[in-house]
Design a protein around this ligand. Structure first.
Ligand code: COA
Length: 330
């Protein structure tokens, strides 16, 4: 790519998403023997159902479908991609990266490809990294994906966690543009909160499980996570507005991480945004971790809600803790 004196923005040229076929309703969970109810899950989280990846359907498979749709929407051929960044905390394998597996499934080779693991903030982190590559001139066309098969690491006997998550993927194609695009990115992390939301097994820590563990599973102190998430998201949306010298009334859409409707409503209140200007998919998708923001964005674009030139604030919060925002003109 040639460098010019004009500022280079990373503009979203196309979006895509994919949800596995199998749908699990709250009542289905009850039928599976989970001690819960549709009333409890709906009133505490806003979730009514989630999608579950089929046996043998991997994170890279979900990523591939979302990517093909994003590439088609952008009118970009896979050969033209300079960089693939996949946000995921449920990679197909320990290595190689899901991004390289996706690259091969897209039928190309040679371009840069790597994963970013920032738990539920994976897509926001991946988008931020991609933005930096474009702004620096190191890449002109980037495929950014958030893809997860989080249900693979749930303990279906743990009602505190198993009702919350689902599988899915979303993708965007970013292109260098002199007019407009991503205006700012802000990322944060606090590793001191590791034990509040985590999966405590791994390569270096070892795969053995202690006497309390049924297996490789997500563990969460829901109440603490809830409180911290609301505070962190309040502060990160304020930070984005201040950095851009914008009043909250300038925002057209909030595209939040879809973990819990009450968390989303709290952020909307902070921004004085009516829920009509907030993209909500958590009711149908559950929390798809890195998949949630690009899934919501794609739905908003394809339904015609989000229009060219509008100002969008994307945000996410998750394990680490890691959180962040992206402000962009679509
Ligand atoms: N069905 C029925 N009852 C359940 C339940 C379920 N699925 N899960 C928990 N309960 C019970 C608890 O055991 C507790 O019972 P007790 O009072 O007898 O001890 C009661 O419901 C209240 O639990 P509590 O954890 O205080 O509920 P809450 O209002 O905080 O809601 C969450 C729980 C998980 C929905 C909420 O804390 C949350 O959404 N946290 C953030 C989670 C999140 O977003 N994580 C991902 C971030 S990326």
């Amino acid at each position: 790519m040639s460098h010019t004196s004009n500022p280079v923005f990373a503009r979203i040229a196309g979006t895509g998403s994919y949800l596995p076929q199998q749908v699990l309703s709250n009542d289905d969970l009850v039928k599976r023997g989970v001690e819960t109810s549709d009333e409890w899950i709906t009133s505490r989280t806003g979730i009514r159902q989630r999608h579950i990846a089929a046996e043998g359907e991997l994170t890279s498979d979900l990523a591939l479908q979302a990517s093909l749709r994003a590439l088609e929407a952008a009118g970009v051929a896979a050969e033209d991609i300079d960089l693939i960044v996949v946000g995921t905390t449920t990679p197909d394998l320990i290595f190689p990266s899901t991004a390289t597996i996706l690259q091969h499934k897209l039928g190309v080779a040679g371009c840069m490809a790597f994963d970013v693991n920032a738990a539920c903030s994976g897509f926001i982190y991946a988008l931020t990294v991609a933005d930096k590559f474009i702004r620096s001139g190191a890449a002109g066309t980037v495929l950014v994906v958030g893809a997860e098969t989080l249900t693979r690491m749930l303990d279906w006997n743990d009602r505190n966690t198993c009702v919350l998550f689902g599988d899915g993927a979303g993708a965007v194609v970013l292109k260098a543009d002199h007019e407009t695009g991503i205006l700012s990115t802000h990322m944060h992390a606090d590793g001191g909160k590791k034990d509040l939301l985590w999966n405590p097994v791994g390569v270096s820590a070892g795969f053995k499980v202690d006497e309390h563990n049924a297996g490789v599973r997500v563990q969460m102190a829901g109440n603490d996570v809830f409180k911290y998430a609301v505070k962190a998201l309040d502060s990160v949306v304020d930070e984005a507005l201040v950095a851009n010298g914008l009043d909250k009334s300038a925002l057209d859409w909030l595209v939040p991480h879809q973990a819990n409707l009450r968390i989303i409503e709290a952020t909307a209140r902070r921004l004085d945004m009516p829920m009509e200007r907030v993209i909500v998919t958590v009711d149908r998708h559950g929390n798809t971790s890195s998949g949630s923001v690009p899934l919501a964005l794609d739905e908003a674009v394809r339904s015609g809600k989000v229009q060219h030139g509008q100002l969008l604030l994307l945000e996410a919060f998750g394990g680490g803790f890691a959180w962040g925002s992206v402000l962009l003109r679509y």
